[in-house]
Design a protein around this ligand. Structure first.
Ligand SMILES: C[S@@+](CC[C@H](N)C(=O)[O-])C[C@H]1O[C@@H](n2cnc3c(N)ncnc32)[C@H](O)[C@@H]1O
Length: 288
C-alpha cells in the first residue's frame, strides 16, 4: 500500500486491549466509542479448528491483526453518501480497459468449459480491501482504492453469474471493516465475514480476490487453492532462495504449476488500486 501524504486534523488512536475469552482465545478489542464497532459475527474457535480438520493449515496472521479491528468511520459518513461515491467509481471502473480485459479473460479463457464435468463457481471472496469510510491517519486518501477494488470484485461476481446462469455467493473479509462498511456491503449483496471464515470459503468452486494482500493473507489463499485468484505476480515468492525454504514458497511453486496466469493492463488512477494485477486460474477447467 503506497504511503500517502494526507493529514487529518484530529486523530484519536484506538486503544487496543488484549482480553482472554472464557473459551480461551485471546482477542484484541478496541476501546474507542466510535461508530467502528460491529456486532458479533460468525468467527469461533471451531471455525479455526475446521481448517486443520479439513487438511489445510489454518491461516495465521502471525499475531499482526485480530479477526476484527474496525476502523472508526469518518464523521459525516452515511450509507447513502457511500453508495453515491461507490456508484460514481463503479461507472469509472466499468469504462476502463482493465475492466473490459478482466471480463474478456473471464468469459473467454477461464469460465468457458465444455459444460460436462465442470461444477460452476459458487463463491467469490474479497480479502483486504480496507475500509470504505475509515477515519485512520493515512487511510482516508485510500477510500477510492477500496471502492475501485469493490467495483472490480462485483464485476467478477456478475461475470461469473452471467456465464454460469447461476447465483453466486459473494463475501468480503477485512478486519478493519466497521458497521457502515458492513451496511454498504450488505446493500450490494456482499456478506461480511470475519477472519478466518473467508479463507474457509475458498476451494475449487471459488474465486478469491486479494488486492495488495499481505503475505499472511497470500499464504492462506494459496493453501486453499481457489479455482480463480485475482491477485498479483507470485514471482517474488517463487524466486526466494530455496534454502530459505518457507512452506509458502513451496506451496506457491505448486500453485503456479497448477494454474495459468495472465498479467492484466495497468490502470492509472489515484493510488494505483490495481498495481501489478495478475489473474490465476486452475489448469484443466477451461476449454481445451
Ligand atoms: C496492504 S493493505 C491493502 C489495502 C487495500 N486493498 C489497498 O490496496 O490499499 C492489506 C489489507 O489487508 C487487510 N487484512 C489483513 N489481514 C487480513 C485477513 N486475515 N483477511 C482479510 N484482510 C486482511 C488489512 O487490514 C489491510 O487493509
Amino acid at each position: 500500500m503506497p504511503p500517502t501524504s494526507h493529514r487529518r486534523k484530529k486523530h484519536i488512536p484506538n486503544k487496543r486491549t488484549e482480553i482472554l475469552d472464557d473459551d480461551g482465545w485471546t482477542r484484541i478489542t478496541s476501546t474507542t466509542t466510535s461508530t467502528g464497532r460491529r456486532p458479533s459475527t460468525t468467527t469461533t474457535p471451531n471455525d479455526l479448528g475446521s481448517s486443520s480438520a479439513a487438511g489445510h493449515p489454518p491461516p495465521s496472521l502471525s499475531g499482526s491483526l485480530p479477526a476484527r479491528d474496525p476502523m472508526p468511520a469518518r464523521p459525516g459518513s452515511s450509507l447513502s453518501s457511500m453508495l453515491a461515491q461507490f456508484r460514481g467509481i463503479e461507472s469509472r471502473w466499468q469504462a476502463t480497459e482493465l475492466c473490459k480485459t478482466l471480463v474478456h479473460v473471464l468469459e473467454k479463457e477461464i469460465l468457458t468449459g465444455d459444460g460436462r464435468n465442470i461444477d460452476p463457481i459458487s463463491t467469490c471472496v474479497m480479502l483486504g480491501s480496507g475500509s470504505f469510510c475509515g477515519d485512520a491517519a493515512h487511510w482516508i486518501d485510500r477510500h477510492d482504492s477500496a471502492y475501485f477494488q469493490l467495483a472490480a470484485f462485483r464485476t467478477v461476481v456478475h461475470t461469473v453469474e452471467r456465464v454460469s446462469g447461476q447465483r453466486v455467493c459473494a463475501y468480503a473479509q477485512e478486519p478493519k471493516y466497521n458497521d457502515l462498511d458492513g451496511e454498504l456491503l450488505d446493500a450490494l449483496n456482499v456478506t461480511l465475514v470475519d477472519h478466518p471464515r473467508g479463507f474457509h470459503l475458498l476451494d475449487e468452486h471459488s474465486v478469491a480476490y486479494s488486492p495488495a494482500a499481505e503475505r499472511e493473507v497470500e499464504a492462506a489463499v494459496i493453501a486453499r487453492k481457489p479455482r480463480v485468484w485475482l491477485h498479483r505476480s507470485l514471482d517474488y515468492l517463487l524466486q526466494e532462495e530455496e534454502e530459505q525454504g518457507s512452506q509458502t514458497r513451496s506451496a506457491a511453486v505448486q500453485f503456479a504449476a497448477n494454474h495459468e496466469h495472465m498479467k492484466l493492463p495497468a490502470l492509472d488512477v489515484k493510488n494505483f488500486p490495481f498495481h501489478g494485477s495478475v489473474i490465476w486460474w486452475r489448469k484443466g477447467y477451461q476449454r481445451s
